[in-house]
Design a protein around this ligand. Structure first.
Ligand SMILES: [Zn+2]
Ligand SMILES: [Zn+2]
Length: 239
């Protein structure tokens, strides 16, 4: 079946994510936009996933547990996990690997953890957008060890991508799926050797408005489930 998806969204937990990106608003918006498969991928943290995944389950939206990891090389890796527990576990390891720099909400924005009623239950202290101390190789390994799929994010972008930070996609990562940003798709960006890869594109929305303007892409999957999506995205990668 051909299914609309958006696997890269930020909630109010990301400092750069608008506070309106609450668990209920995200799941509600996915319903309005008729996108049955989404992923909430906050920077280096999974702490809003329990609420958003539970709401998704209740409302018929599949929310794939995810984190957008910022590696030591300042490469963003969209990391999808088989379950919330694995994502939370990874998130704890990432938090310990972040520098001891606290967020300044006035400058960077709030980092809100919410429950399924959109009540703020915590605020994360360390600044989540910083790079963790793990290399991209280590991040790929840690995600795969947890049954997840690491995807080089917005590879066409001039910042925080494999191309901008490393100059190329290291073949030893065995990345099958890569993400190209919507503007990259529009400009006809092609990664050298792209034929070997599955290319996905997501909104990377930080607000409801930018999300609502995004035209979701479609993916051929066997059924709407987390294992089916991970299997499709894992493709021919060698673990
Ligand atoms: Zn990013
Ligand atoms: Zn992002």
């Amino acid at each position: 079946m051909l299914v609309s998806y958006d696997l890269h969204l930020h909630s109010c937990l990301s400092p750069c994510g608008e506070n309106e990106m609450t668990p209920n608003n995200i799941v509600g918006m996915a319903g309005i936009l008729e996108v049955p498969v989404i992923a909430v991928s906050d920077h280096n943290s999974a702490r809003n996933l329990p609420a958003v995944c539970r709401l998704g389950m209740e409302q018929g939206i599949l929310v794939v547990p995810a984190i957008e990891i910022n590696t030591a090389e300042e490469v963003h890796v969209l990391s999808l996990f088989p379950d919330v527990a694995s994502a939370l576990d990874m998130g704890e390891e990432l938090y310990a690997a972040l520098p001891a720099v606290n967020n300044q909400p006035d400058i960077f924005g709030d980092q809100l953890v919410m429950d399924e009623n959109d009540c703020v239950v915590d605020q994360v202290e360390k600044l989540l957008i910083n790079a963790v101390s793990f290399s991209i190789e280590a991040v790929f390994e840690k995600v795969r060890q947890r049954g997840g799929v690491p995807i080089p994010a917005h590879v066409d972008k001039s910042a925080y991508s494999v191309l901008s930070s490393l100059g190329f996609l290291p073949p030893e990562l065995n990345a099958y799926t890569i993400e190209v940003s919507p503007s990259g798709v529009q400009k006809g960006f092609v990664l050298p050797g792209e034929g070997k890869h599955l290319v996905i594109s997501d909104s990377d929305a930080h607000s409801l408005e930018t999300w609502s303007m995004h035209e979701p892409k479609k993916l051929e999957i066997e059924r709407i489930s987390v294992p089916a999506i991970l299997e499709r995205l894992r493709g021919e990668e060698q673990v």
